[in-house]
Design a protein around this ligand. Structure first.
Ligand code: PMV
Length: 363
């Protein structure tokens, strides 16, 4: 038979939501109950690298994640593969005498190798980078002509947050109105050059896999949390407009206020869910809980004492803190303080963090 292999590689960073996506109105198509906004990280740090290959010698579609073979039978992979294959076009490599016609793509099998340079499924949006990268690499291999927004609607069917990783800078996932999901896609608000002063620090406090997957967590919240209904209808629509403005004008004070409030409301929705979901406190590690409380109240306190906010915090479905500093100087100060105060060494220490923080409630 024929011996050739054709390959493409792509690299995609993860993204961190500053207005959170939480709750689906359609679980199969992955359509959200509200818009969300995120910042895409620098590809040098948290990213996925995916190589996709096609060859007439391949017997079936196969995928390896961090060197370990994994099943592609899940609906999410199948949906992405099907949607991309539908849009595949003719590919020709004249030098090597390879020609793949449009109709050939249905019969040809793929091998996919993907690497994360960060812990998988620990609340660091590994699925976001993963599905975005997969869809992008396949689109390159198959000479797909759709633009990034159109590709984002495919990546969305792998993992909702993945649709926002097709762009750099600040990105908005528009929830859309259509039942078929055709208008539920990502658009770039500003590129990575727009707000270069921002400095993002990710404190990985636990790389354990989260206990409640975001899919079942969201389902339970949609079914049981009245706060989620209120958030989706009343809060997020206004907040996204304000957040877009804050980003446009590089207004860090508003940005920090909105991002912290939105992270806190997302976790409040989790607590309002039946049974309650505790993403921020990895209960098996008491120190993690203290650390989280401390970071939140420390940042709140520091921001107030400075007159103008220096740092915003945001937490996804795990205890890892994402801290967004207004500039390099604020970031350096923050790291210095984090290293100075941590870890708490005794119960007295622990109490003093928690009690000490009460003072911020008074002013
Ligand atoms: O894309 P998913 O299903 O992993 O959901 C991610 C949800 C959050 O990370 C908690 C929020 C967000 O908008 O990224």
């Amino acid at each position: 038979g024929e011996k050739w292999v054709l390959m493409k590689t792509a690299q995609t960073p993860t993204n961190i939501a500053v207005i959170k996506y939480w709750g689906k109105r359609d679980e199969t198509l992955i359509l959200p109950v509200n818009d969300s906004i995120s910042v895409t990280l620098d590809p040098a740090h948290l990213c996925t690298t995916t190589t996709v290959a096609v060859s007439p010698a391949f017997q079936q579609d196969r995928m390896w994640l961090n060197g370990k073979e994994m099943s592609l039978s899940g609906g999410r992979y199948q949906n992405c593969l099907r949607e991309i294959r539908k849009r595949a076009r003719e590919v020709e490599d004249k030098e090597r005498g390879i020609k793949i016609e449009k109709k050939d793509w249905e019969k040809l099998h793929l091998h996919i190798a993907s690497y994360n340079n960060f812990p998988t499924a620990a609340g660091l949006a590994s699925s976001a980078a993963g599905f975005a990268c997969l869809v992008f690499a396949l689109a390159k291999l198959m000479n797909v002509s759709e633009d990034e927004s159109q590709l984002s609607a495919i990546a969305r069917q792998g993992s909702g947050s993945a649709c926002r990783s097709l762009f750099g800078g600040f990105v908005k996932w528009i929830m859309g109105k259509e039942d078929d999901g055709s208008d539920s896609l990502a658009v770039q608000l500003v590129d990575e050059k727009h707000w270069e002063d921002l400095f993002i620090i990710i404190a990985v406090v636990s790389s354990r896999q989260k206990e409640t997957s975001s899919t079942s967590g969201m389902r339970e919240s949609v079914e049981t949390s009245s706060l989620l209904q209120h958030r989706a209808k009343e809060v997020v629509p206004k907040r996204t407009i304000q957040m877009e403005e804050a980003i446009q004008y590089r207004d860090f004070a508003s940005f920090a206020k909105l991002a912290c409030a939105d992270s806190n409301q997302f976790h409040a929705v989790c607590l309002d869910t039946l049974p309650p979901i505790f993403y921020m406190n990895d209960t098996s590690h008491r120190q993690v809980l203290v650390y989280i409380c401390w970071i939140i109240s420390y940042v709140e306190k520091w921001n107030r004492s400075e007159g103008t906010p220096q740092v915003a915090y945001t937490f996804d479905a795990g205890p890892n803190a994402v801290l967004i500093a207004r500039d390099r100087k604020a970031a350096a100060q923050l790291i210095q303080r984090l290293l100075f105060y941590f870890p708490p060494k005794s119960d007295t220490d622990l109490d003093s963090y928690l009690l000490g923080d009460k003072t911020i409630l008074k002013d």
